[in-house]
Design a protein around this ligand. Structure first.
Ligand SMILES: *Cc1c(COP(=O)(O)O)cnc(C)c1O
Length: 419
């Protein structure tokens, strides 16, 4: 994976990057994002941590405050606000994650939804078969996923079975098969690894978990909105994902949860609140969960937080997730070609898969100087992400990132390297 591999066919000039922009069928969408013409930001390469806002979202939020909140007041809940989490979830399912209606909802943070869904899955698995006492997770998964599962293991007397994948790649079917067995209750994996960008084989890994009689939860934080996801078709049981990364919902916008229809009647989530009950306004005694996905709601949904992501879902629907993925592959292929031509000769390592079929929308490159370099780059309006200990992560949000930005970013990184 780290062997140098030349791409002699890709010219290393800024002119060539401009030609790629001229030939890009999605290029026109870039101007729909606020800040895309800001001369102070020469290259925004962190759209996988916080996507740029759409101009349409500024208008939607202003309209909501004056007309809906200001105009409708408490009546708004009866006039549609209460239906928004499931309605936006259905649209996200249709446009980007391959989920038929009634299985996806917008709710709490990713961390809280992970807890609710994993806790429900573990309780369901153990009550069906008390011998299922293990949760499988990998050491390269995002910290919050690992920490939530450590807490659930403590709480429920379960054991974590760790997979240790190649850090520059991710979890393979063989890695998973080696730890699965009659004790496995739940498997938790990321679809796109947050560091390496490795794109996991969702259908094959899901099938392996099912063959062992286990449930699987997919974390889609780094794939939703950039990689087509087929939750229904792949047989996935559960999924969660962020909306502030490739779905451009804004800082702290609420996450989404997917619960396969067949599991909904059997899984009980642990944060039993009034808005997840069959009759919230009956104000009755004793928790009676709602039928369907609403039972995974706990309290009052964060309506203001779920306004902006609707505009990005609409834009992805207009462009199509397949076209978004095609541009994503072109952007990361181009970044790898520039890496080969410009950064590899200066001792930078590529810590992401070379083959686009195994790669999501970002790449990570490593060099001991990158912590200092990132601070300087931010000061110059070139904004990648730094990941401990030596990694620069280039997050290339397909609808808002140009090939010229990739060129400027790599060139600025080159200029910071010791020769
Ligand atoms: C970004 C990210 C999270 C973040 O969780 P929050 O609760 O939104 O802070 C979780 N998991 C993965 C894989 C992520 O990339």
């Amino acid at each position: 994976m780290t062997a140098h591999h030349e791409n002699p066919s890709t010219p290393l000039t800024l002119d060539f990057a401009r030609e790629l922009d001229l030939a890009d069928p999605l290029a026109a969408h870039r101007s729909a994002f606020i800040g895309s013409d800001d001369p102070g930001v020469r290259a925004y390469l962190d759209g996988n941590s916080l996507g740029r806002p759409l101009a349409a979202s500024a208008a939607r939020i202003a309209e909501f405050i004056t007309e809906q909140w200001g105009g409708r007041l408490i009546r708004g809940w009866d006039e549609g606000w209460l239906e928004m989490p499931a309605a936006i979830g259905d649209e996200l399912g249709r446009v980007a994650v391959g989920a038929a209606p009634g299985q996806t909802t917008i709710g709490d943070s990713t961390t809280v939804l992970l807890y609710k869904l994993c806790r429900a899955a573990v309780a369901g698995a153990v009550s069906a078969d008390a011998a299922r006492t293990e949760i499988v997770v990998d050491t390269e998964n995002f910290p919050t996923d690992r920490f939530v599962l450590e807490g659930i293991a403590d709480e429920c007397g379960m054991t974590l079975r760790w997979i240790t994948p190649d850090p520059a790649a991710g979890v393979t079917v063989d890695d998973l098969a080696a730890v699965l067995g009659p004790k496995t209750a739940l498997v938790v994996l990321s679809h796109v690894a947050y560091r390496s960008g490795y794109l996991a084989d969702m259908p094959a890994l899901t099938a392996a978990a099912h063959d062992a009689g286990a449930l699987i939860l997919w974390d889609l934080c780094h794939s939703a909105g950039s990689v087509p996801v087929e939750l229904d078709a792949s047989g996935a049981d559960l999924a969660v994902g962020c909306t502030y990364k490739y779905l451009n919902g804004g800082p702290g916008s609420p996450a989404f949860a997917y619960v396969r229809a067949e599991h909904q009647p059997h899984l009980r989530q642990p944060i039993q609140g009034w808005l997840g009950t069959a009759d919230p306004f009956g104000m009755g005694e004793g928790y009676q969960p709602a039928a369907g996905i609403r039972s995974f709601t706990s309290g009052t949904p964060p309506i203001l937080g779920m306004l902006a992501l609707q505009d990005m879902i609409a834009l992805i629907g207009e462009a199509s997730i397949e076209a978004v993925r095609a541009k994503s592959v072109a952007l990361t292929d181009y970044a790898v070609a520039l890496y080969d031509g410009v950064l590899a000769p200066l001792g930078v390592e590529l810590s992401s898969p070379r083959d686009a079929a195994w790669r999501g929308g970002h790449i990570t490159i490593d060099h001991p100087s990158f912590r200092e370099a990132t601070a300087k780059l931010w000061g110059e309006g070139v904004i990648p992400d730094f990941r401990n200990p030596n990694g620069i992560r280039l997050g290339l949000s397909p609808l808002s990132t140009s090939f010229s930005e990739v060129w400027l970013g790599i060139d600025a990184i080159r200029a910071e390297l010791p020769n």
